[in-house]
Design a binder for this molecule. Structure first.
Ligand code: ADP
Length: 545
């Protein structure tokens, strides 16, 4: 492998000739129909935006675009057509890369790991809600169903007793987000834990159904996730062992009522104390949802105004400026903001909210902001919607912080402990003083662990900003690993590095994944390199980055 600045398009997958590629593509076009195979023979016009994004490459590219560019995109309409594509890829040794909708921003978007791969865009035509069971609170989805689409269908059917769960941005695919182990903000926020049952096309073309779906006539595919025997679902998340064509998901009973709350804290150094307070409240379910502790600068940025509105100097915006600006917002002068929601009837909520209030107020200067005083256009109300399972897009606004704003995330997992939060924040601070790079840390607290999501915002048209962003991410990953922290998810460009940190016992886990990969995908065609898992045909040949 090797790449030039202006490669000839389409980018032909390594190892086959241009003429072989074109004849293979015309064979596939005959099988799927001309309209469902699109060769990328012209440079993409632009990146588009979140809801109308390019599927040819990563719209928030941190490396030169062609590094992760597809040769063609195909649009199957059914599981059988996905099988056809997989068999075709095996016959021609052409790498394929499945996406559901490709809105995986910050982690690579729609882009394949290996340039010249044929991207399988499942979302365009396989976008049916196959079932919503209003008694069992479950649904069965194809990959092209977005959180918005599921939400709207639940509303359209008048199912007021049922909620969906949505991540910060609602335009992505439920299946794609769940397979990537994304999270949302209701009590059903751990999407992978909430799914039940998969239909998967294996890399050699066979189809399986997992869990109860393997038993013909079973009516518990979406209600009992395990079935019988080894639980295989895990093999298909963040993996390149199969293409998921259907997924079951559980839905939440709508609580009788709910109420958002917000606390602010004055000093960066309050972090450790806040986290120590959160842990028992979260594990004890007094804090009921995957809750967020955000930095003040991110809340300033989510106003959608650019940094240059607040600060004309170079480098990071000074803390004093952030503080002064926050003083003009409903949050007031602060360093950290906690967003949470309480669910249930008034007396149950009040019981929990009183405990939360007493605990958070132990931090000197902590303030509860009365929602009645918060204007309706404030970001607080976006969090309010999301924590009640209503999709939203406001989160995108912090990308405006720098021109051509793009983002990439460093997402380590740690215990919910003050000392761990502080250690991770120190690593973040150490690596963020790079020119042209802005960093927004947010602690996302699960039940017994927390993810620190450090969003690094950069100008994607500035090569030096892209380099600085990637370098700061790489530095954070390495420093975190030295202290025993690993990422829960990462960008295509960092997958090898992150997989390399999970190296206990002489890389025993990665070796296990490679054995599975070689057994399941002997030709090495399905998403080679995804999550750092390379098939033998690619291993040790210079693809790792
Ligand atoms: P979303 O649009 O919800 O953000 P993406 O389509 O970008 O989701 O997918 C997120 C990640 O999950 C990508 O790495 C992609 O390769 C993988 N993925 C998505 N859908 C599937 C699928 N149906 N089968 C296997 N892997 C998938």
């Amino acid at each position: 492998p090797g790449s030039t600045d202006h490669p000839q398009l389409p980018i032909i997958p390594q190892g086959i000739s241009r003429s072989h590629f074109h004849s293979a593509i015309s064979e596939l076009s005959t099988q799927l129909g001309q309209d469902n195979v699109s060769v990328i023979d012209k440079p993409p016009k632009d990146d588009g935006w979140y809801m109308e994004h390019a599927t040819t490459h990563d719209m928030m590219s941190v490396v030169p675009k062609h590094e992760f560019m597809a040769s063609a995109i195909v649009y199957p309409a059914s599981t059988a057509e996905v099988q056809t594509i997989v068999v075709w890829a095996n016959n021609h040794s052409i790498p394929i890369f499945p996406i559901s909708m490709g809105r995986n921003l910050g982690y690579g978007g729609a882009a394949p790991r290996v340039r010249g791969s044929v991207v399988i865009d499942l979302g365009r035509r396989m976008n049916k809600i196959l079932d919503i069971d209003s008694e069992d609170y479950t649904c069965l989805l194809e990959p092209g169903v977005s959180f918005y689409a599921l939400y709207e269908e639940v509303q359209r059917r008048g199912y007021k007793h049922m909620w969906i769960d949505t991540p910060d941005l609602g335009g992505g695919s439920v299946v794609g987000n769940t397979l990537d182990r994304g999270v949302g903000y209701t009590p059903y926020g751990d999407h992978w834990a909430a799914h039940s049952g998969l239909e998967v096309v294996l890399p050699t073309g066979e189809v399986i159904r997992t869990g109860m779906g393997a038993l013909p006539g079973s009516n518990t595919w979406q209600t009992f996730p395990y079935g019988f025997g080894p639980y295989s679902d895990g093999l298909f998340s963040q993996s390149n062992f199969g293409i998921v064509t259907k997924m079951g998901m559980t839905l939440m009973p709508a609580p009788p009522d709910h109420e958002s709350f917000m606390y602010t804290f004055e000093r960066e150094d309050d972090l450790a104390q806040i986290i120590e307070i959160i842990r028992p409240l979260r594990i004890g379910n007094i804090l009921e949802n995957v809750a967020q502790l955000r930095s003040a600068v991110q809340t300033l940025a989510v106003s959608g105004r650019p940094k240059s509105d607040f600060y004309k100097g170079s480098g990071r915006i000074p803390k004093a400026v952030v503080e002064a600006e926050c003083a003009n917002l409903p949050i007031g002068k602060c360093e950290w903001i906690y967003y949470g929601m309480s669910y249930g009837p008034k007396h149950i909520r009040q019981y929990k909210l009183d405990i939360i209030d007493a605990e958070f107020k132990k931090v000197s200067g902590a303030r509860r902001i009365d929602p009645a005083t918060i204007p309706k256009d404030n970001y607080f109300w976006s969090r309010d919607k999301i924590a009640a399972g209503e999709p939203d897009l406001e989160e995108l606004l912090w990308c405006n912080w720098v021109p051509n704003g793009s983002h990439i995330a460093f997402s380590p997992v740690s215990p919910i402990r003050g000392k761990d939060a502080t250690a991770l924040l120190d690593i973040t601070n150490k690596h963020q003083d790079c020119q042209g790079v802005e960093i927004f840390p947010a602690f996302v607290v699960g039940l017994r662990e927390m993810h620190l999501i450090v969003e690094c915002v950069f100008d994607k048209h500035s090569p030096s900003a892209c380099e600085a962003a990637l370098a700061s991410m790489r530095g954070m990953v390495d420093d975190a690993a030295k202290l025993g922290y690993g990422e829960y998810r990462t960008h295509l460009a960092l997958m090898d590095q992150v997989a390399g940190t999970y190296n206990w016992n002489d890389n025993a886990l990665i070796k296990f994944h490679e054995r599975l990969k070689d057994a399941l995908d002997p030709k090495g065609i399905l998403a080679p390199g995804k999550s750092g898992v390379w098939p033998s045909r690619y291993r040790g040949r210079g693809w790792e980055m």
